[in-house]
Ligand binder design. Structure first.
Ligand code: NAP
Length: 298
């Protein structure tokens, strides 16, 4: 099987490593020549080019560029793909991407099959140097078919994702965006706000002490707020509506906690924390199903 990867960064590079390990021939294209050369050195690709012509023998193509340029990239590569090529993307927001890409393939005379996808795995790093093997192992991988999705292409992609060790899910693009607003995009903004709030400590001695004392709790809670800024910005731009809804709810929740502490209503605060302890176990149970979930999830 020949797999094309467009955008050789953290996700594209990690896919390349795993797919080659599983016997695929990987054809990589990226924006910068130095990235392509490095991808070859790291064993991410078999062949590389700056031109989309390289993809004319690919069976499946993964578009792994930032959300902002996924549809543009699809438009750019379509003329070079052979009929019946399966194209998927890995963008962290699905509604806008799937709408734009579906329109593009429908407008095109050649039969190209597009299926939106999102591997729920990542790290705080970016670029080809951040690529790693087994990034997707044990992590959810969600596909977002629509009424026009070619079902055989969807099945082929699901099998491929399973071969990476991922737990495969399927939902509508809209439900995907609502769900990830809660568990991925809101946490990024909350974590970013946490880092900014700490930074507002006006006493330098205390700030320096806090920096020295920061340990596993702060490392966990600040991790996603300290990640790739381009990714965070794109999530906010492309999932604005659902992200704002979740931020409003979070804001409301913070006000409740502030009120309970101000009123010294310790009983009510205890009840609240008891319920969040239980609620978290539900997520925890899903995360650690099979004891496989990596600690570098998005
Ligand atoms: P990344 O490490 O920054 O890689 C993106 C790569 O795309 C870059 O290495 C760059 O290649 C290339 N690129 C950037 N702008 C481009 C442009 N205008 N035209 C062509 N190529 C361009 O980012 P990433 O974390 O892999 O994210 C890629 C996609 O995966 C995004 O859509 C994101 O939403 C999704 N995703 C990310 C995560 C995560 O946690 N990071 C998780 C799941 C999905 P050059 O080096 O050649 O410039």
């Amino acid at each position: 099987m020949k797999v094309g990867i467009v955008g050789l960064g953290l996700i594209g590079g990690s896919l390349g490593l795993d797919l080659r390990d599983r016997g695929a021939t990987v054809l990589g294209i990226s924006r910068q020549e130095k990235t392509c050369r490095r991808a070859k050195e790291l064993g991410v690709v078999d062949e590389w080019s700056l031109s989309a012509e390289l993809l004319n023998t690919a069976d499946i193509v993964f578009i792994c560029t930032p959300i902002d340029n996924i549809a543009e990239k699809l438009g750019h590569i379509i003329p070079h793909l052979r009929p019946e090529t399966i194209v998927t993307d890995v963008g962290s927001v699905k509604t806008s991407v799937v709408e734009q890409c579906s329109r593009l393939i429908q407008d095109y005379s050649k039969k190209i099959y597009f299926v939106g996808g999102h591997p729920m795995a990542g790290t705080a790093e970016q670029g080809i140097e951040a690529a790693q093997r087994n990034l997707f192992k044990g992590a959810p991988y969600v596909f977002t078919p629509t009424k026009i999705t070619h079902s055989n292409s969807l099945n082929i992609l699901k099998e491929l994702a399973k071969s990476l060790g991922s737990m495969v899910h399927e939902c509508t693009p809209e439900n995907h965006d609502r769900a990830v607003a809660w568990i991925s995009h809101l946490p990024i903004m909350v974590s970013a706000s946490l880092i900014q709030s700490c930074w507002q400590e006006s006493n330098n001695e205390v700030l320096n002490l806090a920096i020295k004392l920061a340990s596993s709790g702060f490392r966990d809670t600040s991790r996603v707020g300290g990640g790739n800024p381009e990714l965070g910005l794109n999530l906010a731009k492309h999932n604005r509506e659902f992200l704002l809804e979740s931020l409003e709810k979070y804001h409301e929740q913070l006000r409740i906690i502030i009120k309970l502490i101000t009123q010294e209503n310790w009983d009510a605060l205890e009840v609240l924390l008891q319920s969040t302890q239980k609620q978290r176990r539900t997520f925890h149970h899903n995360f650690y199903l099979n004891n496989q979930f990596p600690d570098n999830d998005t």
